[in-house]
Design a protein around this ligand. Sequence first.
Ligand code: FPP
Length: 277
Amino acid sequence: MQPAGTLRIDELSSEELAVYQTLNPARLPEHVAIIMDGNGRWAGKRALERFLGHQQGAKSVQLITETASRIGLPWLTLYAFSLENRLRRPKTEINFLMRLLKSYLESNVERMMDNNVRLRYIGRLTDLPGEVQDRMRWASETTAKNTGTTLTLALNYGARSEIVDAFRAIAKEIQSGQINPDHLSEEDIPDHLYTAQMPDPDLLIRTSGEMRVSNFLLWQIAYTEIYITDLLWPDFKGIHLLEAIADYQRRERRYGGLGEGDRRTDETIEPANAATV
Ligand code: FPP
């Protein structure tokens, strides 16, 4: 489902338009999530400092968001900064990423307004520096009424800690008698995740060729299509997002069922042969 009146196909570049025209607009993913990887390698290949790779990566964030908003993608979620990044990377790099986030917000909120983008966050946000949290609050409040793409930045995010936080919330509701543990079902869990109210991703993209999900949205990607590209994040542009969507549209989603070509009635399978089918 696309947000009404937000398609701005005429703003795509001619290369993007050529790929967009191969897509079925009725079958766009509702939610695309991206693991942005390879900033450091992008810089290393050019004998530049790692932080310049992150700086260039921040430009890709804005470009991808704008292409997403032009094609009316309702949900875009970007893994910007993991809990593990914060714990395991040098303090200088973490401090740089925090300053970069702050300046990214300060410089891009106006463009988000122009593109009707609503900004949100997921993660353990209260562990971030106070002045970064202030800027984050300002940016999300400023864009809160926009009705186009919702850009969700995962910051100080880890899927296992998200699940722990959900367990804690559920345990409290059990304690207070709001939930009967015998009636707890799969449908109750998403309401307690940071992504409550968001659809699960249809498509997960990872750049830089790594075949890992790196503790990202583990509950939510149970049936998500995964697309890995060797491109490093700073090289990933709008056209590559459209190519990933084209690849997604060539796939058949089965959710544990049978594919179109595999459907046959039970009567066509003889019980004696069933075990070998
Ligand atoms: C992975 O590259 C990227 C990150 C850990 C940070 C992602 C940050 C950005 C894209 C820029 C800032 C984002 C915003 C929203 C302003 P890496 O450093 O792990 O690269 P490597 O694997 O090649 O070393």
